[in-house]
Design a protein around this ligand. Structure first.
Ligand code: SF4
Ligand code: SF4
Length: 117
């Protein structure tokens, strides 16, 4: 299957480090698909791609922020977004999330939380 961001390879070492993180939340990949979903705080996300590098289920897409999402940011977050090329993480594959929690602890900006739906 083609990955959403084929230019972003999975990083097994990073995923391994995230897997052993003491604060890893979620259900260790045992949740039924889509019972938990990742929520990205756009004011924090800097498009650093770690989430896409560790997610086993290709949930994330790293791309330019939508105009409406950019408009909803506060002034400081807008500035930060511009500094980072307006790149952010979206979650088009969230229905496949199994709540492994890897993205949450891998994100350097602490921009992701797992939410039960
Ligand atoms: S959510 Fe975190 S890990 Fe994912 S792109 Fe944004 S800053 Fe990077
Ligand atoms: S918690 Fe969900 S979105 Fe995050 S890495 Fe695991 S499967 Fe992917």
């Amino acid at each position: 299957m083609t990955r959403r961001n084929p230019e972003i390879a999975r990083d097994p070492d990073k995923a391994k480090r995230a897997a052993s993180h003491p604060k890893r939340p979620g259900e260790q990949c045992k949740a039924a698909p889509g019972t938990w979903v990742p929520r990205v705080d756009r004011g924090r996300c800097e498009g650093k791609k770690d989430c896409a590098e560790v997610c086993p289920y290709d949930v994330f897409e790293i791309r330019r922020i939508d105009d409406a999402d950019f408009a909803a940011l506060g002034p400081l977050a807008k500035l930060k977004s511009m500094v980072h090329g307006r790149i952010t993480a979206y979650t088009p594959g969230e229905a496949d999330c199994r709540s492994c929690g890897l993205c949450v602890v891998a994100c350097p900006e602490k921009a992701i939380t797992l939410v039960r739906v």
